[in-house]
Design a protein around this ligand. Structure first.
Ligand SMILES: CC(C)(COP(=O)(O)OP(=O)(O)OC[C@H]1O[C@@H](n2cnc3c(N)ncnc32)[C@H](O)[C@@H]1OP(=O)(O)O)[C@@H](O)C(=O)NCCC(=O)NCCS
Length: 147
């Protein structure tokens, strides 16, 4: 199995969400302790013009995903990559890289000047991947308030 057997694509609004739902039920636990998205949530993401859900497919199975979010602020168009995950059995084939590059291209096409993402240091494969494809670590403080 090589990277060329993998198709990367943005999910369209006409796509049935049931298949996506079962893919996310498998992928999300490999990414976070959050609950996998419901079919309605997936439909909402797909319908939202400010988010693009990318999937990687291999032999007709969804084996990876990420979401690109864009929004306009006074100083420009922001682009953020979130929820990057590749199925454990499909890692190390460049799928994470291909998904990221597809999202970067879409951000460029939409007019963003840069793309932001964050990754905890213990996510070693992810941090290596992002640096390898050209992301630079920013010296900034990231704050979060739990609501
Ligand atoms: C981070 C992640 C998306 C990368 O996906 P991927 O398709 O394996 O990515 P790539 O193949 O493009 O590169 C992954 C790196 O892991 C290495 N790797 C190789 N085999 C691997 C395996 N079986 N398992 C994990 N990593 C492997 C690759 O060699 C590569 O290392 P390098 O950058 O030093 O060359 C995937 O490991 C993952 O889903 N991790 C769990 C969730 C996560 O951390 N998401 C990121 C949130 S910020």
């Amino acid at each position: 199995m090589t990277e060329s057997d993998v198709v990367i694509r943005a999910v369209g609004e006409d796509e049935p969400v049931e298949r996506l739902s079962s893919a996310f039920a498998r992928l999300v636990p490999q990414l976070s302790s959050s609950s996998p998205p419901s079919a309605d949530t997936l439909a909402e993401i797909i319908a939202n013009i400010n988010s693009v859900l990318f999937v990687a497919e291999r032999e007709g199975q969804i084996v990876g995903s990420l979401t690109l979010a864009t929004y306009r602020i006074p100083t420009g168009l922001k682009a953020i990559i979130e929820d990057v995950v590749v199925d454990e059995d499909a890692r190390g084939l460049g799928i994470g890289e291909s998904l990221s590059r597809a999202a970067i291209e879409e951000a460029r096409r939409r007019g963003a000047k840069d793309v932001t993402l964050s990754s905890r240091p213990e996510r070693e494969a992810a941090n290596r991947l992002y640096v390898r494809i050209g992301f630079e670590r920013r010296n900034t403080n990231v704050y979060r308030m739990t609501l």
